[in-house]
Design a binder for this molecule. Structure first.
Ligand SMILES: Cc1cc2nc3c(=O)[nH]c(=O)nc-3n(C[C@H](O)[C@H](O)[C@H](O)COP(=O)(O)OP(=O)(O)OC[C@H]3O[C@@H](n4cnc5c(N)ncnc54)[C@H](O)[C@@H]3O)c2cc1C
Ligand code: SF4
Length: 277
């Protein structure tokens, strides 16, 4: 494999992009990712926080202690992974991390690997999705993406600018991708609009080093509250409103062994809204 280190976007070739490598290295090792070129993008992706702009190369460890960063994003970073991983892992890489679905990681020929079966739906799915889980029942693992979605962040890439919500796509038969990033496109920066208050709450298996079973981010801006969830759908999930959960269970379509996530999500949303005051 050839290693390239471009220093600006004009020199960028297509290939496997790597920043901190906390996700790319295990996937290469396990043969899930492969290619002829490994492109180290650290030389061209901005790092650091300037007013409301976050360089996509900023690490989670830098964000969790930065007072300029809204509370929901700081907390989502602080509760993610382990200190070592947060020191290496960039926010851009976090948004693009692949599913933790064990069937996918074990290379079962499932729908996200181009096959015609979702093994999790019939098999073991305790950690899986409770919403939009028809085609693929994976649960999006990023705490950070849920926080940014509640904060209504915008993404600047090497080709365009878009709301964070549009970065993601619920996989289906026609398009099995979970993101809409084009080949050769890199995330450069994230832009945060002003926010009055925000919070991130996370249910986890252990107190540390654990992906979200359910994560709930809530943010209030201009008198409106946005709520986004991690760990409940194949993509970070924006709730239409807090009331959507209060009124009944119709918003969720859990699998037999993911039903437990429904009351957890409801309780965390209630607590998050209360915490906003
Ligand atoms: C054991 C473990 C536990 C974890 N726990 C959590 C958790 O609880 N919560 C959570 O939110 N996350 C968790 N993570 C995910 C972790 O935060 C991410 O792996 C990390 O942030 C990825 O950043 P990176 O720079 O290392 O990405 P890399 O590994 O370098 O890249 C990840 C992906 O993003 C692409 N990429 C990277 N940067 C860019 C860019 N700027 N533009 C375009 N493509 C890019 C790469 O091509 C690759 O597909 C965990 C990871 C591990 C391994
Ligand atoms: S949940 Fe998605 S990733 Fe997991 S087996 Fe089903 S199709 Fe594959």
């Amino acid at each position: 494999m050839e290693l390239l280190r471009p220093s600006n976007v004009d020199q960028l070739d297509e290939g496997v992009y790597i920043h901190g490598g906390t996700e790319v290295v295990p996937l290469l090792r396990d043969g899930i990712l492969s290619g002829e070129r490994l492109v180290d993008i650290r030389g061209l992706v901005p790092r650091g926080v300037r007013d409301a702009t976050i360089g996509a190369g900023t690490t989670l460890a830098e964000l969790e202690v930065d007072p300029q960063i809204p509370a929901a994003l700081r907390e989502a970073c602080r509760l993610a992974a382990s200190p070592q991983l947060r020191n290496m892992g960039s926010i851009g890489g976090n948004l693009l991390q692949a599913t933790r679905c064990w069937y996918w990681r074990l290379k079962y020929p499932c729908r996200l690997h181009g096959g015609d079966t979702c093994f999790a739906r019939e098999g073991e799915h305790r950690e899986h999705a409770i919403v939009a889980n028809d085609f693929c029942a994976s649960a999006h693992p990023s705490d950070v993406a849920a926080a940014l979605l509640a904060l209504d962040a915008r993404v600047r890439t090497s080709q365009r600018e878009l709301p964070l919500a549009e970065l993601y796509h619920v996989p289906d038969e026609a398009d099995r991708n979970v993101t809409r990033l084009a080949a050769g496109e890199v995330i450069l920066e994230l832009e945060l609009p002003p926010v009055e208050a925000s919070v991130y709450l996370k249910a986890m298996d252990r107190k540390k080093w654990s992906f979200p079973q359910v994560g709930v981010a809530a943010a209030r801006a201009g008198g409106e509250t946005r709520i986004a969830l991690a760990g409940v759908a194949p993509v970070p999930w924006l709730l239409e409103s807090a009331d959507a959960l209060a009124s009944g269970d119709e918003w969720a379509t859990p699998l037999p062994r993911t039903e437990w996530k429904v009351p957890v999500a409801r309780a965390l949303v209630r607590r998050a809204v209360a915490a906003l005051g």
